[in-house]
Design a binder for this molecule. Structure first.
Ligand SMILES: [Zn+2]
Length: 254
């Protein structure tokens, strides 16, 4: 298993169609120090603001454009981002944009980060799906917001990033049962035999139910894999991110 390093940015690029750039960061390639080492994107997690700000710049450098993040509150609201906002105070767990060159991002440390794009329609979105957001429907809401802006469900590509897995996300039995009733297919058992929830499985089910056929998934558990920040594992820690943007078509004229 790779160990996070300060000196090497490590972003998993995902294919969301021509003219769309997107990917998932990990802890590598940033300037923050322990316990936020190294590429912490969160301003709200006790890290030095300047370091977190520098890290956002580093990830924006990879994406090719600055990234707008929002204030995530485990809800289901969608906010449109028409132009870059260095510090967006609005509370929303999904972002959507139709503006080329506007990067949008979703921060996580165990929750499920989702990137969405209809390249032909020129619409991209992000969603932050923890347990409450999953139940509240943040992913279907993000897709609906894309459709309102011209996306076609069958043309949407989705990428589901690293999150805590169903073998690690322990919850009380009552909670598991409540979530299973709201989002079937999420009930699980931890590797040590107690009740758990598989949030990513719930997200995949919601994507399918919403008519999204092209789905890729980064198979990594944040709790088990030290390349990623994990709130469950570490408590005080950083946030990694999924980022996406509509970019200019690559030039082929040399
Ligand atoms: Zn796991």
């Amino acid at each position: 298993m790779a160990i996070p390093r300060p000196d090497r940015l490590d972003v998993i690029e995902v294919d969301l169609g021509d003219g769309v750039r997107g990917g998932f960061s990990d802890r590598s390639g940033g300037v923050s120090i322990a316990p936020h080492d190294y590429l912490n994107l969160g301003y709200h997690v006790g890290d030095d603001w300047d370091r977190a700000h520098a890290n956002r710049g580093i990830l924006g450098g990879w994406l090719g454009v600055p990234v707008t993040f929002t204030s995530q509150v485990h809800g289901a609201a969608v906010a449109e981002v028409a132009h870059h906002r260095p510090s967006m105070k609005r509370k929303a767990d999904a972002l959507v944009t139709t503006a080329p060159g506007v990067g949008i991002g979703v921060m996580v440390a165990d929750c499920v980060p989702v990137l969405l794009a209809d390249a032909a329609a020129g619409v991209v979105a992000t969603a932050h799906a923890g347990r409450p957001g999953l139940v509240a429907g943040v992913v279907p809401n993000a897709i609906a917001a894309m459709v309102e802006r011209g996306a076609r469900r069958e043309a949407i590509r989705a990428a589901v990033g690293p999150s805590i897995c169903g073998r690690c996300y322990e919850v009380p039995e009552q909670m598991r049962d409540d979530v299973e009733r709201a989002v079937p297919g999420t009930a699980g058992t931890t590797s040590w035999g107690t009740a758990s929830i598989d949030i990513a499985a719930g997200v995949l089910g919601q994507l399918a139910a919403a008519g999204v056929q092209h789905v890729s998934r980064v198979e990594a558990c944040t709790y088990e894999d030290e390349r990623y920040f994990s709130y469950r594992r570490d408590g005080v820690t950083g946030r990694f991110a999924g980022v996406v943007a509509l970019v200019e078509e690559a030039r082929t004229d040399g």
